[in-house]
Design a protein around this ligand. Structure first.
Ligand code: UDP
Length: 485
Protein backbone atom coordinates (compact mmCIF):
# COMPACT_ATOMS: atom_id res chain seq x y z
CA UNK A 1 0.00 0.00 0.00
CA UNK A 2 1.44 3.35 -1.03
CA UNK A 3 1.64 5.86 1.82
CA UNK A 4 0.29 9.24 0.74
CA UNK A 5 3.16 11.71 0.44
CA UNK A 6 3.20 14.73 2.71
CA UNK A 7 2.96 18.22 1.19
CA UNK A 8 6.00 20.31 2.00
CA UNK A 9 7.20 23.81 1.29
CA UNK A 10 10.94 24.27 0.96
CA UNK A 11 12.63 27.36 2.28
CA UNK A 12 16.14 28.18 1.17
CA UNK A 13 17.71 30.92 3.30
CA UNK A 14 21.03 32.67 2.87
CA UNK A 15 23.41 31.68 5.67
CA UNK A 16 23.38 35.00 7.63
CA UNK A 17 21.77 34.53 11.00
CA UNK A 18 19.28 37.38 10.48
CA UNK A 19 18.16 35.69 7.25
CA UNK A 20 17.72 32.31 8.93
CA UNK A 21 15.68 33.65 11.87
CA UNK A 22 13.41 35.50 9.47
CA UNK A 23 12.91 32.36 7.33
CA UNK A 24 12.02 30.33 10.41
CA UNK A 25 9.37 32.89 11.30
CA UNK A 26 8.10 32.60 7.71
CA UNK A 27 7.93 28.83 8.18
CA UNK A 28 5.80 29.30 11.31
CA UNK A 29 3.51 31.70 9.46
CA UNK A 30 3.06 29.20 6.61
CA UNK A 31 2.25 26.43 9.10
CA UNK A 32 -0.38 28.66 10.72
CA UNK A 33 -2.11 29.07 7.37
CA UNK A 34 -1.47 25.51 6.15
CA UNK A 35 -1.35 23.25 9.22
CA UNK A 36 -1.40 20.12 7.09
CA UNK A 37 1.87 21.09 5.37
CA UNK A 38 5.37 20.56 6.62
CA UNK A 39 8.21 22.99 6.00
CA UNK A 40 11.75 21.95 5.13
CA UNK A 41 14.50 24.51 5.56
CA UNK A 42 17.63 23.88 3.52
CA UNK A 43 20.74 24.92 5.37
CA UNK A 44 24.19 25.61 4.00
CA UNK A 45 27.00 26.31 6.45
CA UNK A 46 28.01 30.01 6.32
CA UNK A 47 31.38 30.57 4.64
CA UNK A 48 31.98 33.60 6.90
CA UNK A 49 31.60 34.45 10.59
CA UNK A 50 27.93 35.04 11.46
CA UNK A 51 27.59 33.54 14.94
CA UNK A 52 26.72 29.91 15.58
CA UNK A 53 23.25 28.91 14.43
CA UNK A 54 23.39 25.36 15.84
CA UNK A 55 21.74 26.10 19.25
CA UNK A 56 19.04 28.10 17.49
CA UNK A 57 18.34 25.31 14.98
CA UNK A 58 18.23 22.77 17.81
CA UNK A 59 15.74 24.95 19.74
CA UNK A 60 13.46 25.34 16.69
CA UNK A 61 13.61 21.60 15.90
CA UNK A 62 12.51 20.70 19.40
CA UNK A 63 9.69 23.26 19.68
CA UNK A 64 8.32 23.04 16.12
CA UNK A 65 8.58 19.47 14.78
CA UNK A 66 6.77 20.37 11.53
CA UNK A 67 9.90 22.31 10.59
CA UNK A 68 12.68 20.05 9.35
CA UNK A 69 16.22 21.21 8.64
CA UNK A 70 17.99 19.64 5.69
CA UNK A 71 21.75 20.27 5.89
CA UNK A 72 23.59 20.46 2.59
CA UNK A 73 26.99 18.74 2.60
CA UNK A 74 29.87 21.00 3.57
CA UNK A 75 31.68 22.52 0.62
CA UNK A 76 34.80 24.63 0.80
CA UNK A 77 35.45 28.02 -0.66
CA UNK A 78 37.96 28.34 -3.48
CA UNK A 79 39.76 30.97 -1.34
CA UNK A 80 41.36 30.37 2.06
CA UNK A 81 40.66 33.98 3.09
CA UNK A 82 38.42 34.20 6.15
CA UNK A 83 38.30 37.92 6.84
CA UNK A 84 35.71 39.48 4.59
CA UNK A 85 34.35 43.00 4.25
CA UNK A 86 30.56 43.39 4.20
CA UNK A 87 30.72 43.86 0.42
CA UNK A 88 32.72 40.64 0.10
CA UNK A 89 30.06 38.90 2.16
CA UNK A 90 27.29 40.14 -0.13
CA UNK A 91 29.18 39.03 -3.24
CA UNK A 92 30.06 35.74 -1.62
CA UNK A 93 26.44 35.16 -0.58
CA UNK A 94 25.40 35.03 -4.24
CA UNK A 95 28.37 32.90 -5.26
CA UNK A 96 27.96 30.60 -2.29
CA UNK A 97 24.61 29.38 -3.56
CA UNK A 98 26.03 28.84 -7.04
CA UNK A 99 28.78 26.69 -5.52
CA UNK A 100 26.10 24.78 -3.60
CA UNK A 101 23.84 24.28 -6.64
CA UNK A 102 24.81 20.63 -7.35
CA UNK A 103 24.09 19.71 -3.71
CA UNK A 104 20.93 21.79 -3.69
CA UNK A 105 19.73 20.00 -6.83
CA UNK A 106 20.47 16.66 -5.17
CA UNK A 107 18.56 17.78 -2.07
CA UNK A 108 15.46 18.66 -4.13
CA UNK A 109 15.55 15.25 -5.83
CA UNK A 110 16.01 13.46 -2.54
CA UNK A 111 13.25 15.39 -0.71
CA UNK A 112 10.85 14.88 -3.63
CA UNK A 113 11.15 11.10 -3.14
CA UNK A 114 9.43 11.29 0.22
CA UNK A 115 7.37 14.49 0.01
CA UNK A 116 5.33 16.49 -2.41
CA UNK A 117 7.21 19.78 -2.90
CA UNK A 118 4.50 22.42 -3.32
CA UNK A 119 6.84 25.38 -3.67
CA UNK A 120 10.29 26.72 -2.96
CA UNK A 121 10.66 30.10 -1.30
CA UNK A 122 14.25 31.25 -1.52
CA UNK A 123 16.20 34.18 -0.21
CA UNK A 124 17.05 36.74 -2.85
CA UNK A 125 20.76 35.92 -2.41
CA UNK A 126 19.85 32.47 -3.86
CA UNK A 127 19.04 34.09 -7.21
CA UNK A 128 21.41 31.82 -9.11
CA UNK A 129 19.59 28.76 -7.79
CA UNK A 130 16.32 29.86 -9.39
CA UNK A 131 16.80 27.58 -12.41
CA UNK A 132 17.58 24.56 -10.22
CA UNK A 133 14.05 24.44 -8.81
CA UNK A 134 12.17 25.79 -11.84
CA UNK A 135 13.83 23.23 -14.13
CA UNK A 136 12.31 20.56 -11.89
CA UNK A 137 8.91 22.18 -12.38
CA UNK A 138 8.76 23.52 -8.82
CA UNK A 139 6.87 26.77 -8.22
CA UNK A 140 9.58 29.19 -7.07
CA UNK A 141 9.07 32.33 -5.00
CA UNK A 142 11.59 34.81 -3.63
CA UNK A 143 11.70 36.01 -0.04
CA UNK A 144 12.78 39.48 0.97
CA UNK A 145 13.85 39.64 4.60
CA UNK A 146 13.75 43.41 4.29
CA UNK A 147 10.71 45.60 3.79
CA UNK A 148 9.01 47.10 0.76
CA UNK A 149 10.53 50.57 0.87
CA UNK A 150 14.06 49.44 0.05
CA UNK A 151 12.63 46.88 -2.34
CA UNK A 152 11.21 49.66 -4.54
CA UNK A 153 14.79 50.93 -5.04
CA UNK A 154 15.89 47.43 -5.92
CA UNK A 155 13.10 46.86 -8.46
CA UNK A 156 13.71 50.28 -9.99
CA UNK A 157 17.46 49.66 -10.17
CA UNK A 158 17.51 48.34 -13.81
CA UNK A 159 15.59 51.46 -14.91
CA UNK A 160 18.11 53.73 -13.18
CA UNK A 161 20.97 51.69 -14.62
CA UNK A 162 19.66 52.27 -18.14
CA UNK A 163 18.93 55.96 -17.72
CA UNK A 164 22.17 56.97 -15.99
CA UNK A 165 25.68 56.57 -17.29
CA UNK A 166 27.61 57.44 -14.13
CA UNK A 167 28.03 55.58 -10.88
CA UNK A 168 25.75 56.58 -7.99
CA UNK A 169 28.86 56.97 -5.87
CA UNK A 170 30.07 59.80 -8.15
CA UNK A 171 26.73 61.66 -8.32
CA UNK A 172 25.77 64.54 -6.07
CA UNK A 173 22.12 64.29 -7.04
CA UNK A 174 18.98 63.33 -5.23
CA UNK A 175 17.37 60.28 -6.81
CA UNK A 176 13.59 60.00 -6.96
CA UNK A 177 12.34 56.44 -6.84
CA UNK A 178 8.62 55.61 -6.91
CA UNK A 179 7.40 54.53 -3.49
CA UNK A 180 10.18 55.84 -1.27
CA UNK A 181 11.51 59.15 0.03
CA UNK A 182 14.02 61.00 -2.21
CA UNK A 183 17.51 59.75 -1.51
CA UNK A 184 21.00 61.08 -2.20
CA UNK A 185 22.62 58.95 -4.93
CA UNK A 186 25.58 58.27 -2.61
CA UNK A 187 23.20 56.84 0.02
CA UNK A 188 21.86 54.14 -2.27
CA UNK A 189 22.63 50.61 -1.04
CA UNK A 190 26.38 50.00 -1.28
CA UNK A 191 26.15 47.11 -3.81
CA UNK A 192 24.46 49.49 -6.29
CA UNK A 193 27.04 52.28 -6.07
CA UNK A 194 29.73 51.16 -8.48
CA UNK A 195 29.19 49.58 -11.92
CA UNK A 196 32.65 48.07 -11.98
CA UNK A 197 31.92 45.78 -9.02
CA UNK A 198 30.73 42.19 -9.43
CA UNK A 199 28.06 42.70 -6.78
CA UNK A 200 26.54 45.49 -8.90
CA UNK A 201 26.03 42.99 -11.72
CA UNK A 202 24.55 40.38 -9.34
CA UNK A 203 22.05 42.91 -8.00
CA UNK A 204 21.10 44.00 -11.50
CA UNK A 205 20.54 40.44 -12.72
CA UNK A 206 18.56 39.56 -9.61
CA UNK A 207 16.38 42.67 -9.94
CA UNK A 208 15.55 41.68 -13.52
CA UNK A 209 14.82 38.06 -12.66
CA UNK A 210 12.72 38.41 -9.50
CA UNK A 211 9.57 39.83 -11.15
CA UNK A 212 9.55 36.74 -13.41
CA UNK A 213 9.18 34.38 -10.42
CA UNK A 214 5.90 32.97 -9.08
CA UNK A 215 5.88 35.81 -6.57
CA UNK A 216 7.80 37.75 -3.98
CA UNK A 217 7.12 37.23 -0.30
CA UNK A 218 7.99 40.28 1.80
CA UNK A 219 8.42 40.67 5.54
CA UNK A 220 6.14 43.67 5.74
CA UNK A 221 2.56 44.75 6.27
CA UNK A 222 0.60 46.51 3.56
CA UNK A 223 -0.49 49.29 5.87
CA UNK A 224 2.98 49.97 7.24
CA UNK A 225 4.53 50.54 3.81
CA UNK A 226 1.44 51.47 1.84
CA UNK A 227 3.15 53.94 -0.49
CA UNK A 228 5.83 51.46 -1.52
CA UNK A 229 3.30 48.69 -2.08
CA UNK A 230 1.11 50.90 -4.28
CA UNK A 231 4.11 51.97 -6.38
CA UNK A 232 5.14 48.34 -6.95
CA UNK A 233 1.64 47.09 -7.73
CA UNK A 234 1.01 50.02 -10.11
CA UNK A 235 4.07 48.89 -12.05
CA UNK A 236 5.83 52.23 -11.34
CA UNK A 237 8.99 50.43 -10.20
CA UNK A 238 9.16 48.15 -13.25
CA UNK A 239 8.31 50.42 -16.22
CA UNK A 240 7.62 48.48 -19.40
CA UNK A 241 7.37 45.19 -17.50
CA UNK A 242 4.47 43.58 -15.64
CA UNK A 243 4.29 44.39 -11.92
CA UNK A 244 5.52 41.48 -9.79
CA UNK A 245 3.19 39.53 -7.53
CA UNK A 246 3.81 40.67 -3.94
CA UNK A 247 2.75 38.87 -0.77
CA UNK A 248 3.13 40.82 2.47
CA UNK A 249 3.35 38.18 5.19
CA UNK A 250 4.93 40.29 7.90
CA UNK A 251 5.70 41.27 10.46
CA UNK A 252 7.78 38.12 10.84
CA UNK A 253 9.46 38.80 14.14
CA UNK A 254 10.74 36.16 16.51
CA UNK A 255 8.74 36.09 19.71
CA UNK A 256 10.39 36.34 23.12
CA UNK A 257 11.84 33.09 24.26
CA UNK A 258 11.66 31.54 20.81
CA UNK A 259 15.16 32.47 19.73
CA UNK A 260 17.54 30.50 21.91
CA UNK A 261 15.36 28.63 24.36
CA UNK A 262 17.04 27.27 27.47
CA UNK A 263 18.52 29.34 30.25
CA UNK A 264 17.94 33.01 30.92
CA UNK A 265 20.73 35.17 29.52
CA UNK A 266 22.83 37.11 32.05
CA UNK A 267 21.90 40.43 30.43
CA UNK A 268 18.19 39.81 31.08
CA UNK A 269 18.92 39.23 34.75
CA UNK A 270 20.94 42.45 34.73
CA UNK A 271 18.06 44.30 33.05
CA UNK A 272 15.70 43.06 35.78
CA UNK A 273 17.64 45.21 38.26
CA UNK A 274 17.45 48.42 36.18
CA UNK A 275 14.66 51.03 36.40
CA UNK A 276 11.83 50.96 33.88
CA UNK A 277 12.66 52.38 30.42
CA UNK A 278 16.06 53.64 31.59
CA UNK A 279 18.49 51.58 29.50
CA UNK A 280 19.75 52.35 26.00
CA UNK A 281 20.45 49.21 23.99
CA UNK A 282 23.16 49.39 21.32
CA UNK A 283 23.30 46.58 18.78
CA UNK A 284 24.22 46.63 15.10
CA UNK A 285 22.83 43.56 13.42
CA UNK A 286 24.52 40.30 12.66
CA UNK A 287 27.47 41.88 10.85
CA UNK A 288 27.90 45.44 12.16
CA UNK A 289 31.43 46.31 13.23
CA UNK A 290 33.24 49.55 14.06
CA UNK A 291 36.85 50.61 13.89
CA UNK A 292 38.87 50.49 17.12
CA UNK A 293 38.86 54.29 17.22
CA UNK A 294 35.08 54.54 16.76
CA UNK A 295 34.47 51.97 19.49
CA UNK A 296 36.50 54.03 21.95
CA UNK A 297 34.64 57.20 20.95
CA UNK A 298 31.31 55.49 21.49
CA UNK A 299 32.48 54.37 24.91
CA UNK A 300 33.45 57.93 25.87
CA UNK A 301 30.08 59.19 24.60
CA UNK A 302 28.18 56.61 26.60
CA UNK A 303 30.19 57.28 29.73
CA UNK A 304 29.73 61.05 29.52
CA UNK A 305 26.02 60.76 28.81
CA UNK A 306 25.36 59.20 32.20
CA UNK A 307 22.74 57.00 30.56
CA UNK A 308 22.37 53.33 31.48
CA UNK A 309 23.37 51.10 28.62
CA UNK A 310 23.52 47.57 27.32
CA UNK A 311 26.01 47.43 24.46
CA UNK A 312 26.87 44.61 22.05
CA UNK A 313 30.50 45.04 21.04
CA UNK A 314 32.38 43.18 18.31
CA UNK A 315 36.06 43.26 17.48
CA UNK A 316 36.84 45.71 14.65
CA UNK A 317 37.34 44.27 11.18
CA UNK A 318 40.98 43.19 10.74
CA UNK A 319 43.18 45.94 9.35
CA UNK A 320 44.28 45.18 5.78
CA UNK A 321 45.48 41.60 5.55
CA UNK A 322 46.71 41.35 9.12
CA UNK A 323 44.82 38.33 10.35
CA UNK A 324 44.01 38.44 14.07
CA UNK A 325 45.56 35.48 15.80
CA UNK A 326 43.57 35.82 19.00
CA UNK A 327 40.15 37.33 19.61
CA UNK A 328 40.69 40.67 21.45
CA UNK A 329 39.21 41.00 24.95
CA UNK A 330 36.58 43.62 25.77
CA UNK A 331 39.12 45.33 28.06
CA UNK A 332 41.49 45.84 25.14
CA UNK A 333 38.75 47.19 22.87
CA UNK A 334 37.39 49.79 25.31
CA UNK A 335 39.09 52.73 27.07
CA UNK A 336 41.17 51.76 30.10
CA UNK A 337 39.03 51.16 33.19
CA UNK A 338 35.76 51.71 31.25
CA UNK A 339 34.14 48.43 32.27
CA UNK A 340 35.04 48.90 35.94
CA UNK A 341 33.99 52.57 36.12
CA UNK A 342 30.62 51.85 34.50
CA UNK A 343 29.93 48.58 36.23
CA UNK A 344 26.84 49.87 38.04
CA UNK A 345 25.04 51.30 35.06
CA UNK A 346 26.33 49.55 31.97
CA UNK A 347 26.76 46.07 30.63
CA UNK A 348 28.87 45.24 27.59
CA UNK A 349 28.34 41.96 25.77
CA UNK A 350 30.79 40.45 23.37
CA UNK A 351 29.36 39.72 19.94
CA UNK A 352 25.70 38.81 20.46
CA UNK A 353 22.67 39.58 22.64
CA UNK A 354 19.22 37.96 22.77
CA UNK A 355 17.89 41.05 21.02
CA UNK A 356 14.19 40.22 20.86
CA UNK A 357 14.08 39.56 24.61
CA UNK A 358 16.18 42.64 25.36
CA UNK A 359 13.95 44.97 23.33
CA UNK A 360 10.85 43.55 24.99
CA UNK A 361 12.27 44.07 28.48
CA UNK A 362 10.59 46.85 30.43
CA UNK A 363 13.94 48.41 31.46
CA UNK A 364 14.91 49.17 27.86
CA UNK A 365 13.86 52.64 26.75
CA UNK A 366 15.90 53.29 23.60
CA UNK A 367 17.66 51.42 20.83
CA UNK A 368 20.68 52.56 18.84
CA UNK A 369 20.47 50.43 15.74
CA UNK A 370 22.09 49.99 12.33
CA UNK A 371 18.57 50.16 10.81
CA UNK A 372 18.40 46.54 9.72
CA UNK A 373 14.78 45.82 8.84
CA UNK A 374 14.43 42.95 11.34
CA UNK A 375 15.85 45.10 14.11
CA UNK A 376 13.45 47.89 13.22
CA UNK A 377 10.41 45.59 13.21
CA UNK A 378 11.49 44.11 16.55
CA UNK A 379 11.88 47.56 18.05
CA UNK A 380 8.54 48.79 16.69
CA UNK A 381 6.87 45.71 18.05
CA UNK A 382 8.36 46.30 21.48
CA UNK A 383 7.58 50.04 21.38
CA UNK A 384 11.17 51.17 21.77
CA UNK A 385 12.26 54.44 20.09
CA UNK A 386 15.29 54.17 17.84
CA UNK A 387 18.32 56.20 16.99
CA UNK A 388 19.38 55.09 13.51
CA UNK A 389 23.03 54.62 12.61
CA UNK A 390 22.95 53.05 9.14
CA UNK A 391 26.02 50.98 8.37
CA UNK A 392 25.59 48.81 5.29
CA UNK A 393 23.19 47.25 2.75
CA UNK A 394 19.90 49.13 2.36
CA UNK A 395 20.06 50.68 5.82
CA UNK A 396 20.29 54.29 4.59
CA UNK A 397 16.86 53.79 3.08
CA UNK A 398 15.43 52.39 6.31
CA UNK A 399 16.98 55.25 8.22
CA UNK A 400 14.87 57.60 6.08
CA UNK A 401 11.82 55.36 6.54
CA UNK A 402 12.42 55.34 10.29
CA UNK A 403 11.99 59.11 10.44
CA UNK A 404 9.00 59.06 8.10
CA UNK A 405 7.23 56.48 10.21
CA UNK A 406 8.12 58.52 13.30
CA UNK A 407 9.60 55.56 15.08
CA UNK A 408 13.07 56.98 15.48
CA UNK A 409 15.63 59.57 14.50
CA UNK A 410 18.55 59.28 12.16
CA UNK A 411 22.04 60.17 13.24
CA UNK A 412 23.64 62.72 10.97
CA UNK A 413 26.84 61.48 9.45
CA UNK A 414 30.10 63.39 9.41
CA UNK A 415 32.01 63.92 6.15
CA UNK A 416 34.16 60.85 6.77
CA UNK A 417 31.05 58.71 7.19
CA UNK A 418 31.41 58.25 10.94
CA UNK A 419 28.75 59.36 13.38
CA UNK A 420 28.21 60.07 17.03
CA UNK A 421 31.85 60.59 17.80
CA UNK A 422 32.86 62.61 20.78
CA UNK A 423 35.98 63.87 19.05
CA UNK A 424 37.80 63.44 22.33
CA UNK A 425 39.34 66.93 22.60
CA UNK A 426 36.02 68.76 23.05
CA UNK A 427 34.22 65.70 24.35
CA UNK A 428 30.60 66.59 23.84
CA UNK A 429 28.33 63.80 24.89
CA UNK A 430 25.03 62.40 23.79
CA UNK A 431 22.06 61.68 25.91
CA UNK A 432 18.78 59.98 25.37
CA UNK A 433 16.03 61.17 27.64
CA UNK A 434 13.51 58.45 27.62
CA UNK A 435 10.02 59.15 28.58
CA UNK A 436 7.19 56.75 28.09
CA UNK A 437 3.77 58.35 27.83
CA UNK A 438 1.64 55.39 27.12
CA UNK A 439 -1.73 55.74 25.54
CA UNK A 440 -3.31 53.01 23.51
CA UNK A 441 -4.90 54.02 20.27
CA UNK A 442 -5.84 52.45 17.02
CA UNK A 443 -4.29 53.95 13.96
CA UNK A 444 -4.32 53.46 10.26
CA UNK A 445 -1.76 50.72 10.76
CA UNK A 446 -4.55 48.19 10.71
CA UNK A 447 -3.82 45.23 12.86
CA UNK A 448 -1.61 47.04 15.30
CA UNK A 449 -2.49 48.67 18.51
CA UNK A 450 -0.19 51.52 19.24
CA UNK A 451 1.11 53.11 22.33
CA UNK A 452 2.92 56.39 22.07
CA UNK A 453 6.07 57.22 23.84
CA UNK A 454 8.60 59.89 23.11
CA UNK A 455 12.33 60.09 23.36
CA UNK A 456 14.53 63.13 23.17
CA UNK A 457 17.97 62.69 21.74
CA UNK A 458 20.75 65.12 22.44
CA UNK A 459 24.10 65.07 20.77
CA UNK A 460 26.90 67.34 21.91
CA UNK A 461 24.58 69.20 24.26
CA UNK A 462 22.20 70.13 21.43
CA UNK A 463 18.88 68.46 21.01
CA UNK A 464 18.75 66.60 17.73
CA UNK A 465 15.06 66.06 18.00
CA UNK A 466 12.28 64.15 19.53
CA UNK A 467 11.03 60.84 18.31
CA UNK A 468 7.60 59.46 18.76
CA UNK A 469 7.38 55.77 18.85
CA UNK A 470 4.48 53.69 17.87
CA UNK A 471 4.21 50.71 20.09
CA UNK A 472 3.00 47.82 18.08
CA UNK A 473 2.09 44.94 20.27
CA UNK A 474 1.26 43.00 17.21
CA UNK A 475 -1.89 41.08 16.80
CA UNK A 476 -0.70 41.09 13.25
CA UNK A 477 -2.25 38.93 10.64
CA UNK A 478 -1.40 39.00 7.01
CA UNK A 479 -4.18 39.91 4.64
CA UNK A 480 -2.62 38.39 1.58
CA UNK A 481 -1.08 34.99 1.37
CA UNK A 482 0.54 33.06 -1.42
CA UNK A 483 -1.96 31.07 -3.39
CA UNK A 484 -0.18 27.82 -2.68
CA UNK A 485 -2.74 25.12 -2.23
N1 UDP B 1 20.43 39.90 16.50
C1 UDP B 1 20.46 39.36 17.77
N2 UDP B 1 21.50 39.68 18.60
C2 UDP B 1 22.50 40.52 18.22
C3 UDP B 1 22.46 41.09 16.92
C4 UDP B 1 21.40 40.77 16.09
O1 UDP B 1 19.56 38.59 18.17
O2 UDP B 1 23.40 40.78 19.02
C5 UDP B 1 19.30 39.55 15.61
C6 UDP B 1 18.26 40.64 15.59
O3 UDP B 1 17.32 40.45 16.62
C7 UDP B 1 17.67 40.50 14.19
C8 UDP B 1 18.81 39.97 13.36
O4 UDP B 1 19.76 39.41 14.28
O5 UDP B 1 16.60 39.57 14.20
C9 UDP B 1 19.50 41.04 12.54
O6 UDP B 1 18.71 41.33 11.43
P1 UDP B 1 18.65 42.79 10.80
O7 UDP B 1 17.75 42.73 9.63
O8 UDP B 1 18.31 43.81 11.81
O9 UDP B 1 20.15 43.08 10.38
P2 UDP B 1 21.22 42.29 9.50
O10 UDP B 1 21.96 41.42 10.42
O11 UDP B 1 20.46 41.54 8.43
O12 UDP B 1 22.06 43.40 8.97
Amino acid sequence: ILKEMEDTILLYPSPGRGHLVSMVELAKRILTHHPSFSVTIIISEAPYETGSTAPYIAAVSSTTPSITFYHLPTVSLPTKNTSFSIMDIHTLSFEWHTINNPNYHQALISISRSANIKAVIMDFFCNYSFDVSTSLGILTYYYITGGLTAFTAFLYFPTLHKSLTRNFKDLDEVINIPGMPPILAKNMPAPMLDRSKTIYQYFLETALQMPKSAGIVVNSIETLEERALKAILNGDCTPGEPAPAIYCLGPLVATEGSVEGGTKHECLTWLDSQPSRSVVFLSFGSLGKFSAEQLKEMAIGLEKSGVRFLWVVRAPPPVESVAATTEPSLESLLPEGFLERNRDRGLVLKGWAPQVEVLSHDSVGGFITHCGWNSMLESMRAGVPMLGWALYAEQNIYQLAMEELKVGLALRKREDGSSLTTNSSSCPSFTMKLNAQVTVKNTKFGHFKFQNSTATFTHGGTSVGEATIVKARAQARSTTKPNVT
